[in-house]
Design a protein around this ligand. Structure first.
Ligand code: NAD
Length: 351
């Protein structure tokens, strides 16, 4: 299956379960980590023909998604004598695709890159849409570029080695899209046999369907708002809270999707306090998250500190925080003028 990302400039295709042979008359630089290479490098290499292939690895983990690692990647690219026609392939989860895309966007002012995502989270979200970036001491994804890949290849065969936790984390981003944009998608998610899905005993068919549905949705969002000044912001539902939690726990306690699940529950609580979402709708989302073994709560140690951390988020400007909230199941909106009192009341629920 092929899904078009119809951007005015830099249009490309996402191929779902269609990775056959990739031929390049240039140098190819594969960026990954030791774990992923150990599991899947052999089968990837069978599919790539190039003038020269370089394989570069970085340490595994969100805590290494930073400028130091970017510098290491760039050094490896220079050592490989990549030129401006060379192609970088990000082969991994969202951490690899975010860093690979960023490195490609700044190496000699930009070279082509391709994403071959190996986590469900990267297939359904991170690998598509051209947001690249890294974390720093001030917060998550605060440094980065908009830089579209030339193509994305999602292969469910690579997802077979993911743990239940990683599969659930990917599902969290998919649930996010359904709550923001499509009630029917939420019903589809409810119909999934979570046990079979998490034990990876479900067929490829269900993975392919999840990936295709989410990319089709993300494609329409990105086509309408590539640089995230409007509707694309809705994809940050749950993230205002999640980024603070990830930063406070030094990117070590939760997988990104898990933090997003907690963040969505917190956002729902805020939406409930404001009278947008009903208790019933809140409960329904909570049950869907729990069905996939996702966490929904984080103990806030210091409410004031947590509140202040919101202002470092990219979604805050003019000293106002933009919250992305559901107004009902399948529909989201951006709310910026929420009183401090209501926000603190919401945070207290988690203290
Ligand atoms: P990740 O890249 O850290 O991968 C999670 C773990 O799975 C890692 O330990 C990794 O080595 C391992 N792994 C990867 N593929 C595997 C496989 N096939 N089998 C077994 N293990 C495998 O995390 P993630 O959840 O994929 O991505 C999260 C990141 O994505 C965050 O940094 C987040 O900010 C970013 N993100 C970006 C966007 C975007 O639009 N750019 C969107 C959503 C998320």
């Amino acid at each position: 299956m092929q899904i078009d990302i119809n951007l005015k400039e830099n249009a490309y295709k996402v191929y779902v379960d269609e990775l056959k042979n990739l031929e390049f008359d240039t140098k190819v630089f594969i960026l990954s980590n030791p774990k992923i290479l150990g599991l899947h490098l052999k089968s990837l290499l069978l599919k790539i023909k190039a003038k020269e292939v370089f394989i570069a690895t970085v340490k595994d983990g969100e805590e290494y998604k930073n400028l130091n690692t970017i510098e290491e990647i760039l050094n490896q690219m220079f050592n490989s004598k990549l030129d401006r026609k060379s192609v970088l392939i990000s082969f991994g989860g969202g951490v690899i695709s975010d860093m690979g895309g960023f490195a490609a966007s700044i190496y000699q002012r930009g070279i082509d890159f391709i994403n071959i995502p190996t986590t469900l989270l990267a297939c359904v979200d991170a690998a598509v849409g051209g947001k690249t970036g890294i974390n720093n001491a001030f917060g998550k994804n605060l440094i980065g570029t908009f830089y579209q890949p030339k193509a994305v290849y999602c292969q469910s065969e690579f997802l077979r080695t993911l743990s239940a936790r990683e599969l659930a984390a990917g599902m969290a981003e998919f649930i996010k899209m359904a709550i923001m944009f499509d009630k029917n998608l939420l019903e589809f998610i409810e119909s999934i046999d979570a046990k079979a899905f998490l034990s990876a005993s479900c067929g490829d068919e269900i993975l392919t369907k999840i990936i295709a549905k989410s990319i089709e949705l993300k494609a329409r969002v990105v086509e309408n708002d590539e640089k995230e000044s409007g509707v694309r912001m809705l994809l940050n539902y749950g993230h205002t809270f999640a980024h603070v939690i990830e930063n406070f726990t030094e990117y070590k306690t939760y997988l990104h999707g898990e933090a997003v699940a907690i963040g969505m529950n917190m956002a729902n609580c805020l939406a409930c306090n404001l009278g947008f979402l009903s208790q019933e709708e809140c409960k329904k989302i909570e049950q869907i998250l729990l069905k996939f073994n996702l966490p929904i709560s984080y103990k806030i140690a210091n409410i004031d500190e947590f509140y202040q951390a919101f202002f470092r988020d990219k979604k805050s400007y003019n000293s106002k925080i933009n919250f992305i909230l559901p107004s009902q199941l399948g529909k989201g909106f951006i709310k910026e003028d929420i009183s401090k009192e209501i926000i603190l009341k919401t945070l207290k629920v988690f203290a």
